[in-house]
Design a protein around this ligand. Structure first.
Ligand code: 1PR
Length: 580
């Protein structure tokens, strides 16, 4: 589930090809003072105190956890042998990958036994996500598979038949079941979850439970016994609240007063996402740009690429402004090979050092053969993005080809980028970005695709439309509708859909509510509404009229027309739950 099992270990440097303009590599500005904006930069007093032992069994990206620990002023010692676990003064276990391969590694290496012994001795421990699930007796994930057996209970899959979208992705509320000092600052704030499996409370495990969360049913959000803690959510992705959880674990003796603040969390919040379309400008520097219906060039004689700022700076700004997620779309990825694009990878690395909400990156995720004949699989491209700090990757064009082929043959080959990345990293890490264009028609029978009755008729009074999918940044229309694509990619392993609309992009006239309702009713994975936001009312409109789980905007944030906080305050006023 939560990320990759046992991918071959590629050397990141061997994959990197220098960007055609190497000087642009150094142009990212980082924010040296970001640490000062919170009160979390308490440094440990002696060198032994400042070391955190990290159990990273090589199954995937734990960069975010590393970054958060370093941000809080601690050094990391990686576990190499079971003895390192036994000798740790505090151990963090950010479980990644699927349950079965994780258990296999723990058993084979002797680390599982060391972990049990460490926990039984009540040594300071923090498990995250799969690091919580593995403590239970077994999991149904591709199983049943035996777990470490320290806590009674079985880990099972969420039930999507009752209308709850699976994976459970987003910011949800905790119900505190017992005093746990690491949760002291959570209060009524949301924390970030991303998972399809969960452990359920029972009489047998109730003494362990420190908090639960409601999502269709009540599941275990965190456990605590003595010095042993584990959380199903991701503190390293839960903004300031998450950092305070980590800090309270890493620095238990600090006498920081309990600070529960203003939160009003009661359920899964609707997310507000800031999107940065990124590409090289004509000088070869990576810039944030923004199109009108996907045309990103200025309407001037020079016809230059619109430049709305620097990617790292803007991402950090949006994090501070309250974005629930930040997406980078490498919009020329369809023609430039992303692993040749060192700056984009550096953007991710730098951003993930200071931005503690989920990061998504898209553009160019596909198989590629370079001019020297070296073949790169889409899995390698995704692996490099994950290693550089992405939590989710987003596939555009390649998912369209995969869906077309699947609908033509009815066969899941398992070989498409979508299927492979989803299998290795879990479907919660794979977003499919759809770039459809509205095509008005008079009669639904005129096309072989699912159509809708539009709320405003077309230019010639047409009452129906279908949504034609495109590839290569909207340049080429394909013989597949958005409805057909969405259903097919859900079956092929997408965990979320980013639903753009070329007609609305950059227009500021509101989301295409017809389209978003059409698609969010058709699938059971979360749908992110995108394209067209102009005022805060457009966000409440899309959330009240459709089943979108999140709404994404670009232009209004880049041009500073509407701050993210204003959008959130408006949503709250309208009774729509958001993270504040
Ligand atoms: O096909 O796998 O290489 O992925 C390419 C990715 O780049 C896709 O996700 C595709 O949507 C995106 N992309 C390609 N060309 C463009 C372009 O603008 N020329 N950007 C592009 C798409 C659309 C949104 C935008 C919203 C909100 N950008 O993500 O941010 O429409 O904008 P707004 O709030 O200003 O209206 P691949």
């Amino acid at each position: 589930m939560e990320a990759p099992p046992l991918t071959p270990s590629y050397s990141p440097t061997s994959l990197l090809i220098r960007h055609k303009n190497p000087s642009s590599v150094t142009t990212f500005s980082r924010s040296p003072n970001v640490k000062n904006r919170t009160n979390f930069s308490i440094h440990a007093s002696s060198s032994a105190d400042s070391v955190v032992t990290l159990l990273d069994y090589g199954a995937g990206n734990v960069r975010s956890v590393r970054n958060a620990i370093k941000f809080l002023g601690f050094e990391i010692k990686d576990v190499q042998t079971p003895e390192d676990i036994l000798n740790a003064s505090r151990l963090v276990f950010p479980g990644v990958g699927a349950f079965a391969p994780a258990m296999e590694v723990l058993s084979k290496t002797g680390m599982g036994e060391a972990l049990c012994s460490y926990i039984e001795k009540d040594r300071p421990f923090l498990g995250i996500c799969l690091g919580l699930q593995l403590l239970f007796e077994s999991s149904e994930e591709n199983g049943p598979i035996k777990g470490l057996g320290l806590i009674p209970g079985t880990v099972g899959r969420f039930d999507s038949s009752n209308g709850f979208r699976v994976p459970h992705i987003g910011w949800n509320a905790l119900q505190i079941a017992k005093e746990s000092e690491i949760l002291d600052d959570v209060g009524n704030h949301h924390v970030y979850f991303v998972h399809s499996y969960r452990a359920m409370p029972s009489d047998d495990n109730k003494e362990w439970i420190s908090s639960t969360c409601d999502y269709g049913d009540k599941f275990i959000a965190s456990i605590k016994r003595g010095n042993v803690h584990a959380v199903q959510f991701h503190p390293e992705k839960s903004g300031d609240v998450g950092l305070s959880i980590l800090r309270r674990f890493l620095y238990p003796k600090s006498n920081v007063a309990k600070k529960t603040g203003e939160g009003k969390a009661s359920k899964l919040a609707k997310r507000v996402i800031a999107c940065l379309d990124v590409r090289a400008n004509d000088n070869g520097d990576l810039v944030v740009t923004k199109g009108d219906q996907y045309d990103v060039r200025e309407n001037t004689k020079e016809n230059e690429v619109r430049n709305l700022g620097k990617p790292v700076e803007l991402a950090e700004q949006y994090y501070k402004d309250g974005a629930d997620e930040v997406s980078f779309l490498n919009i020329t990825g369809f023609r430039d090979f992303p692993l040749g694009d060192l700056p984009m990878l550096q953007v991710l690395r730098y951003t993930s050092e200071n931005v503690f909400v989920p990061l998504t990156v898209g553009g160019g995720i596909r198989d590629f053969t370079d001019s020297q004949g070296r073949h790169y699989s889409s899995l390698e491209v995704a692996a490099e993005y994950f290693r550089s700090g992405a939590d989710k990757i987003s596939i555009g064009s390649d998912a369209v080809y995969a869906a077309e082929e699947y609908l033509r043959t009815g066969v899941k080959t398992g070989k498409t980028s979508l299927e492979q990345i989803s299998r290795v990293y879990g479907n919660q890490a794979v977003v499919v970005s759809i770039d459809p264009r509205r095509v008005y028609i008079n009669n639904p029978k005129d096309v072989q695709f699912q159509t809708i009755k539009v709320s405003s008729p077309g230019p010639n009074g047409e009452e129906y439309a279908w949504y034609q999918c495109t590839v290569n940044g909207g340049r080429e229309g394909r013989p597949i509708g958005a409805y057909e694509l969405a259903k097919a990619v859900e079956e092929l392993g997408a965990g979320e859909i980013l639903l753009n609309c070329i007609d609305c992009d950059g227009q500021g006239k509101g989301f295409d509510v017809d389209l978003i309702k059409f698609i969010s009713d058709a699938v059971s994975i979360p749908v992110i509404a995108s394209s067209g936001a102009g005022v805060p009312e457009h966000f409440s409109d899309v959330f009240t009229k459709t089943n979108a789980s999140a709404a994404l905007a670009a232009g209004i944030f880049h041009r500073k027309e509407v701050p993210i906080q204003t959008v959130k305050e408006h949503l709250l006023k309208e009774g729509i739950e958001v993270r504040i």
